[in-house]
Design a protein around this ligand. Structure first.
Ligand code: A2H
Length: 253
């Protein structure tokens, strides 16, 4: 963690019914995977959520009705930021691992795909954000390569019990234009840098640096309520709207 606090937007990705058996204690509640993002303006292009298979998660009560699935560390931070049924005290209704989450169908705010699925990503850090990431392969190099790995390798899907229909129908959706990189900047930069898999850390760091900076300073929205606006102008408007409607919450660490 850096010296400066990082302000994330937590996107509430609703878990659709019917719940799996392990979710018994959550019956009657609204249950969400909460994904930490720095790019709320990209939510139109979500294709899936990412979880760490061996990661430890819990289902925590944030109000009388709502439950968020996050790491215990994030739940404690949330409890100190006023998101807990009992102030400053996270209450966990069920302990879960990433394996319990793989394959959950989700409805996520702004997403053009009406249903997306939780899928395994091996490079997720458990000491950052919520340990859950939403996937926007058009604009995030990590997401692009992780989805590419799952699509290209049936054995990888089989190893984690990932069904073809959770992955194969989902295409990269153009949502932001960057003059230098086109309408699918992450795909373009991963191809240019000849990145082969999600494990090429150094190359992916370079791809992220390039796309993150240019996306913010030179990107233009292609879709949504702010189509035609610059990313830097649209970003705070989209973030505020998601927070006002209760589809997202502010989170810092
Ligand atoms: B971003 P920073 Cl479109 N482990 O969201 C690994 N990565 C994580 C994480 C974790 N525990 N928690 C969050 N992240 C990802 C969207 C996005 C993101 C786009 C483009 C770039 C981008 C869709 N994925 O991030 O280390 C999340 O992915 C590039 C920096 O705090 C989050 O924003 O700077 C970002 O990393 C936070 O990274």
């Amino acid at each position: 963690e850096g010296v400066q606090p990082q302000d994330y937007t937590l996107i509430k990705m609703e878990v659709l019914q019917p719940f799996p058996a392990k979710f018994g204690p959550l019956e009657g509640k609204k249950v969400y995977l909460a994904a930490a993002t720095l790019r709320p303006e990209t939510m139109y292009g979500q294709t899936n959520a990412w979880v760490l298979p061996d990661g430890k998660y819990g289902a925590f009560e944030i109000s009388e009705t709502d439950v968020l699935i996050v790491t215990e560390r994030a739940a404690l931070n949330l409890a100190y930021q006023n998101f807990s049924r009992i102030p400053k005290k996270p209450t966990c209704l069920v302990e879960l691992t990433g394996y319990d989450l793989i394959g959950l169908p989700l409805k996520s705010p702004l997403s053009f795909n009406e249903v997306i699925y939780a899928l395994p990503m091996l490079t997720i850090l458990t000491d950052k954000g919520t340990g859950i990431v939403t996937s926007v392969p058009s604009d995030a190099p990590d997401d692009y390569m992780a989805l590419h790995d799952l699509k290209a390798k049936p054995a990888f899907r089989a190893k984690f019990g990932v069904k073809d229909e959770w992955v194969l129908p989902f295409e990269v959706i153009p949502i932001i234009n960057i003059p230098e990189f086109g309408d699918k900047s992450a795909e373009r930069v991963c191809t240019d840098l000849k990145i082969k898999s999600q494990n090429e850390k150094d190359k992916l760091a370079e791809a992220k640096r390039l796309t993150y900076l240019r996306g913010f300073t030179e990107g233009t929205m292609l879709v949504g309520d702010f189509a035609g606006k610059k990313v830097q102008d649209a970003k705070p408007l989209i973030r505020s709207k998601l927070i006002e409607t209760g589809e997202a919450i502010m989170y810092s660490e």
